[in-house]
Design a protein around this ligand. Sequence first.
Ligand code: ZN
Length: 85
Amino acid sequence: MCPECGGADVRAARNGIEGEGAFTLFRGHLDAGARGGVRTYRGELWTYLCLSCGRVEWKVHDPQTMAFVREHWIPVAPPAPPQGA
Ligand SMILES: [Zn+2]
């Protein structure tokens, strides 16, 4: 089900958005100005599209791709709580 509009017709495809050939290339995070090679991984990225509103969502399901991202991507800080609410 689509989390945006509640539509029931959501479609999925493994690597539905082309990376390089039959896989999606995940690249390790590099800070601006960082030197040296970037690590890459041929992972599986699933794409979901709601045929009602057009919302697109990406999802990784396999543990190998998760492990690469855990090691080579940076954590995102949770948003700060609203001030003066
Ligand atoms: Zn939708």
